[in-house]
Design a binder for this molecule. Structure first.
Ligand SMILES: NC(=O)c1ccc[n+]([C@@H]2O[C@H](COP(=O)([O-])OP(=O)(O)OC[C@H]3O[C@@H](n4cnc5c(N)ncnc54)[C@H](O)[C@@H]3O)[C@@H](O)[C@H]2O)c1
Length: 258
């Protein structure tokens, strides 16, 4: 699909990988709609690029179906046709006020698992499904019959069996990609996943040093990924119609062993 002239929803667009994605695709001529809890960050981006290119939708909690619907209605009202969504919102773990169990509360509790799964997994499906409901009623965007695309962000933590509750929530996102690609294929809607290794964003700012040293051996390049490298991958996935139903690891060859 062409990027220029099309409109994409970006959840988590106010920070990190989502923000970098917006900068990339708007630079390539797209319009973007920011859906994020972080109202301030979304507003800043909209002011920087202008509301005719980047729409901020206020503070939106993606775990709340009604808030997602309201934000998408604003997007349609503002830009008309929607070509897809890049679903980048997420949390690395539960908030400190939700305790774990066992010694020092260090083991994952049901409440922690539920908090992370609601945001990282169920809300990903919520946004994807509601965007697709809009897209499937629109005319195809090109002669191939392509109507739209959903890009979901998984993680190597999900594919390598690391880090409960984060890892299982990201494994679940990976598990959505092929079944949804098959379900939505009759409408010309693609679904793709990207599974990043560790990237330099606010989410990884406080990564303990021992984690960083565990990541570095046997990989090239020996550094964390840059948000622009993630955004370049999104751009490639949007443009290449043959990318469908698969999950691309973007990790410099790292395999998590903890
Ligand atoms: N940074 C990494 O190393 C890395 C690696 C693998 C996967 N990921 C995934 O990439 C995605 C982007 O992460 P990032 O590193 O840019 O993190 P980030 O913290 O910079 O951005 C996450 C964004 O999600 C938003 N968000 C969180 N909960 C929300 C909610 N309930 N409703 C609406 N918005 C919400 C936050 O406000 C924030 O703007 C996440 O899904 C993350 O799990 C990141």
């Amino acid at each position: 699909m062409k990027i220029s002239g099309n409109t994409f929803i970006v959840t988590g667009g106010a920070s990190g990988l989502g923000e970098s994605t917006i900068r990339k695709i708007v630079g390539q001529g797209a319009n973007a709609v920011v859906i994020d809890l972080n109202e301030e960050g979304a507003k800043k981006l909209s002011e920087e690029f202008g509301e005719d290119r980047v729409l901020a939708t206020g503070s939106v909690n993606v775990t709340d179906e009604a808030q997602v619907e309201k934000a998408l209605a604003l997007a349609v009202e503002h830009f008309g046709t929607i070509a897809g969504a890049i679903i980048c919102h997420g949390v690395a773990g539960a908030v400190p006020s939700i305790p774990g169990f066992g010694p020092n509360n260090a083991l994952t509790s049901f409440q922690q698992m539920k908090f992370v799964s609601d945001i990282n997994y169920l809300a990903v499906f919520c946004v994807a499904q509601k965007v697709v409901e809009i897209i499937m009623k629109q005319e195809p965007l090109n002669e191939e019959g392509e109507r739209g695309i959903i890009v979901m962000v998984s993680s190597v933590a999900g594919l390598d069996g690391s880090t409960s509750a984060y890892g299982p929530s990201k494994a679940a996102v990976a598990g959505l990609v092929l079944p949804l690609a098959r379900e939505w294929a009759p409408f010309g809607i693609r679904v793709a996943g990207i599974a990043p290794g560790y990237f330099v964003t606010p989410m990884t700012t406080n990564l303990p040093e021992e984690y960083q040293s565990m990541l570095i051996p046997n990989v090239f390049p020996k550094r964390l990924g840059l948000p622009a490298e993630f955004a370049n991958t999104v751009s490639y996935v949007l443009e290449n119609v043959m990318v469908n139903g698969s999950i691309l690891r973007l990790d410099a060859g790292v395999r998590l062993t903890y």
